[in-house]
Design a binder for this molecule. Structure first.
Ligand SMILES: NC(=O)c1ccc[n+]([C@@H]2O[C@H](COP(=O)([O-])OP(=O)(O)OC[C@H]3O[C@@H](n4cnc5c(N)ncnc54)[C@H](OP(=O)(O)O)[C@@H]3O)[C@@H](O)[C@H]2O)c1
Length: 240
């Protein structure tokens, strides 16, 4: 599907990978950014983006956002579920309150599943439509200091595969986007080789337009196989 003259909604579009994606798409499309932080949303408006305030951990915010799309942007054809948070801690030696665990699951999985469900009727009215869900290599094998994050991404990955089959006879295509370690706020405290968000978006946009079911970089195409065939090696790679 050609990504031109489309109305596109990006969750987590006010920073990091989502914002770089938004900037790349803005020239030839109408781009709506959904975010929580009012300061970042105001900055995005000044840059010419449309915005929708929404905390993806709050059901009422998600319902309001969906109504805004239905009423103001019924031409929506592409949904990027890209928002995410990652809380790094050792599960076995930390006591995390239930709401912290719930929040990570809500933002990374539940909230975006609810948003998707509410927006599918809008997407269905288009000749061609696309849902792109951002997972992670950690959806394929968990990292010890991010067990809940990894589980939330595994849930999103499973949901993405299921949704693709559920919608296979419709006009709505469903894609999984697996970023490698990328230099954003999320990875600011990690001292390892990181791809720039610009380089990542340059790689994945042509894959999306070609209709690939999974869009990612070379390394991340290999990692799921390593995780499946050699789980011990996957654990070693992630523990480095
Ligand atoms: N960076 C990596 O190495 C990497 C690797 C694999 C996967 N990913 C995934 O890629 C996606 C983008 O991550 P990033 O690296 O670009 O991180 P980022 O710069 O921290 O951006 C995260 C985005 O999520 C939004 N968000 C967080 N909590 C939210 C909430 N409660 N409601 C609505 N929006 C919320 C933030 O918006 P506000 O600022 O408005 O809260 C922000 O725009 C995430 O799904 C992440 O899990 C990243």
């Amino acid at each position: 599907m050609k990504l031109t003259n489309k109305t596109i909604l990006i969750t987590g579009g006010t920073s990091g990978i989502g914002n770089t994606l938004a900037q790349a798409l803005q020239k030839h499309n109408k781009v709506i950014l959904l975010g929580k932080d009012p300061v970042k949303l105001e900055k995005a408006r000044q840059q010419g983006f449309l915005t929708i305030p929404c905390d993806l951990s709050k059901q009422e915010d998600i319902e309001k956002a969906a109504i805004t799309v239905q009423n103001d942007y019924p031409d929506l054809a592409v949904l990027f579920n890209n928002a995410g948070v990652q809380y790094n801690y050792l599960f076995t030696s930390s006591v995390m309150p239930l709401d912290k665990i719930g929040q990570e699951m809500d933002i990374n999985f539940t909230g975006q599943a609810v948003l998707t469900q509410l927006l599918i009727p809008v997407l269905m009215t288009k000749e061609q439509a696309l849902i792109v869900n951002t997972t992670s290599g950690l959806a394929y094998f968990p990292k010890l200091n991010g067990l809940v994050y990894s589980a939330s991404k595994a849930a999103l990955r499973s949901f993405t595969t299921g949704l693709r089959y559920a919608l296979c006879d419709s006009n709505v295509k469903v894609v999984e986007f697996i970023p490698p370690v990328t230099a954003t706020n999320m990875t600011a405290d990690r001292d390892e080789n990181k791809m720039t968000p610009q380089e990542l978006i340059r790689i994945i946009l042509p894959q999306l337009e070609k209709g690939r079911k999974v869009v990612t970089t070379g390394k991340l195409r290999l990692f799921p196989w390593i995780a499946f065939l050699f789980p011990g090696l996957a654990h070693k790679i992630l523990s480095k």
